[in-house]
Design a protein around this ligand. Structure first.
Ligand code: SAM
Length: 287
């Protein structure tokens, strides 16, 4: 089979099926076989694994996954790509193609009973317009996910891995790191995509934690405190919390004092564990 990373093969397929790259669906197809193989290696896929792929496009990464994984279920939103996928994945017996929007798909249902016996790994060259909702949705879900390896916009990758007192650090870093250990695998230049995206890209792997690093009394309160502290990045912690949570300033000052955290610092100086202590202390003040 001709490699789907070949721009000539991509153009021939698009012509044959009368297709155009659909910007609305964030379609930037990979044209570098090396990068495809590197992503599959970073995801550490083996024969025992059940892989969920998001957005197969014309099936480029799906073919590579099919050579390593036990089973692959791949979800593509673009109805026009489904006949293409049936052609390009015709020889891949371990692949199931599902048409749908991943954000509206019942993933447990499409993965079925294999979910009970096979480790689940999610792999995708994600459509950049919905990267964060997809990642947060899977982090917050109760699916038994072992790992997620995503090719994403570099800036989002840096935010996911962000550490205190840096530009990339924010609520996304804290919340994502609450659920997972996150590492950067490698950078991907814009010229390996067709069409070329305007932004740089990066591959990251998220390993979902089985036990949370921070023990929380009330997870929703933790999420609310983190969000409130970063809504206005230039405001001090006490001002952010006073403006964006229902607690009185006096209560917040008492809680911060008990946690030995200065009310005058900015949220970006605090670690996830600091926010956990604040949220746990505040949970004692909720009626
Ligand atoms: N995997 C292919 C590759 O690497 O060449 C294509 C990646 S392209 C960046 C993103 C793919 O996700 C496109 O095929 C697009 O149609 C699909 N997509 C976009 N939004 C989606 C959604 N909500 N659910 C499922 N697939 C989606």
């Amino acid at each position: 089979m001709n490699k789907l990373t070949s721009p000539r093969v991509i153009e021939t397929l698009l012509k044959k099926y009368d297709l155009h790259f659909n910007k609305r669906f964030g379609q930037n197809f990979l044209t570098d076989e090396n990068i495809v193989q590197k992503i599959v290696r970073a995801a550490d896929i083996g024969e025992a694994d059940l892989v969920l792929e998001i957005g197969p496009g014309i099936g480029t990464m799906t073919q590579a996954l099919s050579e390593s994984a036990g089973k692959i279920v791949t979800v593509e939103i673009d109805k026009k790509l489904i006949p293409v996928l049936h052609e390009t994945l015709n020889d891949c017996d371990n692949v199931t193609i599902v048409q749908g929007d991943i954000l509206k798909t019942n993933v447990k249902e499409i993965l079925g009973e294999d979910l009970l016996t096979m480790p689940l790994k999610i792999v995708a060259n994600l459509p950049y317009y919905i990267t964060t909702p997809i990642i947060m949705g899977f982090l917050e879900s109760d699916l038994p996910i072992e790992s997620m390896t995503f090719l994403i916009q570099k800036e989002v990758g840096e935010r996911l891995c962000g550490v205190p007192s840096t530009k990339s650090y924010g609520s996304l870093s804290i919340v994502a790191q609450f659920y997972a250990d996150i590492s950067i695998d490698f950078e991907v230049p814009a010229h390996v995509f067709m069409p070329k995206p305007k932004v740089d890209s990066i591959v990251v792997t998220l390993k979902k934690l089985t036990k949370p690093k921070i023990v929380l009394e009330n997870k929703d309160l933790f999420l609310a405190v983190v969000k409130a502290s970063f809504l206005n990045r230039r405001k001090t912690l006490i001002n952010g919390l006073t403006m964006n949570t229902p607690f009185d300033k006096e209560v917040l000052l008492e809680v911060l004092e008990a946690c030995e955290i200065s009310p005058g610092i900015r949220g970006e100086a605090l670690t996830g564990a600091d926010f956990g202590r604040i949220a746990n202390a505040l949970s004692q003040r909720v009626d």
